[in-house]
Structures are given as C-alpha cells and as structure tokens.
Ligand binder design. Structure first.
Ligand code: SF4
Length: 487
C-alpha cells in the first residue's frame, strides 16, 4: 500500500498563507492580545513582579525533586493518589488502568495540552471509552475532527460561520452564527455528558507544593464541572508546572492571565487536591494526580535549555510572533505551536523530527519582550540551530543539512580572503545576468536560490563593489582639495 507522506512545515505554512479566514483571525488575535499585552507591559511597571516570579520559578525548578515530593505527600494526606510517570506511555497506561478498574464508559475532559502530548484520548477511545472535550474551543475542534492551532484559543483558525455550519451538521441545530446561540447549543450538548460521565480528566495550570492543591483556570466553568461531577477526577500535570509556595503560585496565576488574555484574573480559578470529604456537597470519590516527566528531566539537566521549563503556557509569544501570525499553529505539527513550540517540540519529541521549527522563526526577539517571565526563546532557538548545524550526541541530533554546513564553510572562506571575495563577486555578477528582468531586478532564480525570488524580486549585485567606488570618490575629493589648496 502506498503511504501518504505527512505534509511538511513549509507545505502547511504555504497552505496557511492562502487561507483567508485564518489570516484574518490571526490578524485580529495579534492586534488585540499581542499588541495589547505589549502596551500593557510598556504602560505598567510590572518588571519587578515579572523578575520575581521568574527567579522563583527557576529556583523551584532547580529543586524539583524536593517540591514534587512535598506536593505528593500533601495530596496523599488529603486522600488523593499520586503517580509519577517517567514516559507518556506510562501515564497513558495508568489512566487506562484507572478507567478499567472503575468501569468507566464516558470521560469528560478539561483543556489539557499534556493529554494531546501523550495521546491519552486515542488510547481511551481504543478501549471503547467515549471521550468528550468540554472546553468550548476543544469541543469545536473535536466535532470538526481537527487539531488545535493555539495554546489558549484552539479553534482560532475557524470563523463563526464555519462553526455555525459545523454545529448545524453535528448537533442538528438550525444554522446560526450568533456566538451566544452557538455557546448555548454547545452547553446543551455538553451538560448531559457532564451528568453521565464516570471520569473527568483535566490538565493542571499549576500545582502548589505547600498546599497540595492544583489550580485550574478557565473562563467557561467547564473545568469545575469536569472535576466535581464525575466519580473520578484524574489530573495530568507536567512535572515542571509547580510552585513551591502559595505566594509563588499567586504571582504565576497573575502573570498567566495577564499574558494570555489581558485579564487581572480569569473568571474561574479552581483549587483541587483530593476526593470529596465527608459533608462536602459535591466532588469526586477518587482523585488521581499523574505527574508526567516525558523528557522534562532531560531538559532540566541541560543548563542551556532549563529556562524553558519556567514557561507558564500563556500563549503570549504566539500572539506577537510574526511567523505564527502568518502561518498559524498547524504547520508546527505539535500540541505546542509558536515560538515556545519551536523550542519545546524539538526538545520533547526529537530535534531532527522538528528541525524546521527553530529555523522558521525570525529571531526578532518579540517573544522575549512579551513573555511574562522573560524566557529567552531567541537564545534557545539559536542553540537549537547550532546543534542541528553541527550535530549533538547528547540530544541525538544529526547534522540536519550537511550541504548547508558546507555552504557556510565556503562562505566563511570567501569572505575572509579578499582575493577569493573579489573573484566570487565577479563570478556572481556574471551568473546573475540571465536572471535579471527588464526592470534590472532579479525576478526568478533556480535551484536553492528559487525560494528567495518566489515572492519578491531581488536587487542585483552592483556593477562596481562599494570599496572601489569609495576609493574613486575619495581620490576625486582629494584631487579637488589639492586643487583648491594650491590655488
Ligand atoms: S514562553 Fe513565555 S510567552 Fe510563551 S507561552 Fe511560555 S510563558 Fe507565555
């Protein structure tokens, strides 16, 4: 059987550029949230808070073993179960065991990127369990059989007319593109599922070691229902998403909601940390916290990339990135798109498999400026490029394009020797002639050069190099000065 090849980063990026709905949505998103957050940072003096939270995040991450063990103790004291999963597949197996033991038929989910990272939905569905997303954006994506394209706004690539048609087809309602009507229809479809569900699976925005609680942030209230209505609540948490103290946790929440949606605080913040106690009106009978490593310890062990673990997953870097702003999230082929995805995806899922991502970013530095905790993504993007250019045993990175490395070596040789440089210029001037149009610009090159001229014309190399023109001009001036001085 002929296997269909997955589209590449460039192919998906090209497709995105031709998608007018996506282009208009991305523009609105970046104008509102990207520019909005930048203006907010410029107007408010929040530097002290941002620096403090970053310092504390790094110190907690450097003492991860201690804080995680304190968190586990506190959750267990409250009657919850804690499981440390070394890999994504260990975490999935644990979820399946819990589901099987409790004869789970339906799972309602709160938004969780980690669940997409480890593929838990598919595994549950293969066991005959119905999995229903309850976050409105994720619910739309699930109905469409699509993939999320933004960390916070997963269906940003669809407009309300497309969602209206989708709801008409899948939920059997009359067509409407009125957002409140659409929300009501989704709520109607989801309420019954919430009531019937045996298990709720959520992510975890942050956990607090000191209190043994995890926090879940939403603007819809769906997560609170997914954690309290089913008999079992299972929370998936990346091991880095932890604060040592409530004070640190508070700062992280503040910056998360500000960076994500310019909010002081989101509409709902739920603190969860165990099964319901006697006398509680609601809550699950069982609470499971699954702490997932899946490559995070390796990042922790590398000082060059450790800083990326401080990420709050606010999505602000996506909202300002000029690359994400044109190509959207699908081209990244990862649950983590945008500049943060361009760094974490190669580290978590393999450098060579995601080699295009770090090369696709523009290194303009906007992601660093907007990041609430000032994560230096541009520095790490360069470090990834370096590993891909020369290969790296520790990260099992093969030299991505040896021909590229050869080209750069050749370039270094040419520009460091004036004779070679002059010769190369002369050859290039001759070679460019057949590609020059009537306007005098280079319109269409061939081979590897074609990409430079696909979307724009290039100015040709000047007939005479700058240094020669400079010398000429200088000697002319000198001559004129001499004539003036000598009358
Ligand atoms: S890198 Fe910074 S801006 Fe990007 S998602 Fe993480 S915390 Fe937010």
């Amino acid at each position: 059987m002929k296997r269909t090849k997955e589209p590449t980063y460039s192919q998906d990026a090209q497709k995105a550029l031709e998608n007018h709905v996506l282009q208009s949505s991305l523009k609105k998103l970046q104008n509102r949230f990207g520019k909005g957050v930048m203006e907010y940072w410029a107007a408010k003096d929040d530097d002290e808070l941002r620096d403090r939270v970053k310092r504390r995040r790094m110190s907690t991450i450097e003492n991860l073993d201690v804080v995680l063990s304190l968190l586990a103790d506190n959750v267990q004291k409250a009657g919850g179960h804690v499981y440390f999963a070394k890999t994504g597949s260990d975490a999935v197996k644990y979820c399946l065991r819990v589901a099987q033991k409790n004869e789970v038929k339906t799972v309602v989910k709160g938004k969780s990127m980690l669940s997409a990272e480890i593929g838990v939905d598919k595994a549950l569905e293969q066991q005959g369990v119905e999995v229903v997303e309850t976050d409105l954006g994720e619910f739309i994506i699930q109905l469409a059989g699509d993939a999320p394209s933004h960390i916070i706004a997963p269906c940003i690539h669809l407009n309300r007319q497309q969602i209206g048609k989708l709801f008409q087809e899948k939920l059997g309602i009359d067509y409407t593109d009125d957002p409140p009507e659409l929300t009501r229809a989704a709520r109607g479809a989801l309420r019954r599922k919430m009531i019937d569900a045996d298990m709720g699976i959520t992510g975890c925005n942050f956990a607090c070691a000191e209190t043994g609680k995890i926090s879940l942030v939403s603007n819809e209230g769906n997560i609170r229902m997914a954690t309290t209505m089913p008999r079992i609540h299972l929370a998936l948490m990346g091991i880095e998403r932890i604060a040592a103290t409530m004070q640190e946790h508070q700062g992280m929440l503040q910056l998360l909601t500000r960076g994500a949606a310019l909010q002081k605080l989101s509409t709902y913040v739920s603190f969860v940390g165990g099964p319901k106690s006697e006398g509680d009106p609601d809550g699950p009978e069982e609470f499971h916290l699954v702490l997932v490593d899946n490559g995070r310890s390796k990042i922790l062990g590398d000082p060059e990339f450790r800083e990326v673990l401080a990420c709050l997953r606010c999505g602000a870097c996506l909202n300002i990135c000029p690359v994400y702003g044109r190509i959207g999230g699908h081209a990244y082929h990862s649950p983590y798109p945008g500049p943060i995805g361009a760094v974490v995806s190669p580290l978590l899922f393999g450098m060579n498999q995601h080699a295009d991502l770090c090369k696709g970013e523009s290194l303009c530095g906007a992601c660093l400026d907007i990041c609430p905790v000032k994560i230096d993504l541009p520095r790490m993007l360069l470090a990834l490029r370096h590993k891909l250019a020369y290969g790296d045993a520790k990260w099992q990175a093969r030299q991505h394009k040896p021909s590229e490395a050869f080209a750069f070596k050749l370039y270094r040789l040419i520009i460091s020797n004036s004779m070679f440089y002059r010769l190369a210029l002369r050859c290039a001037r001759l070679l460019q002639k057949p590609f020059m149009g009537k306007s005098g610009m280079i319109g269409k090159m061939m081979g590897p050069g074609a990409r430079w001229t696909n979307d724009r014309d290039l100015p040709p190399l000047a007939r005479e190099p700058f240094n020669r023109r400079w010398k000429k001009k200088h000697s002319r001036n000198q001559k004129r000065n001499n004539e003036v001085n000598h009358g």
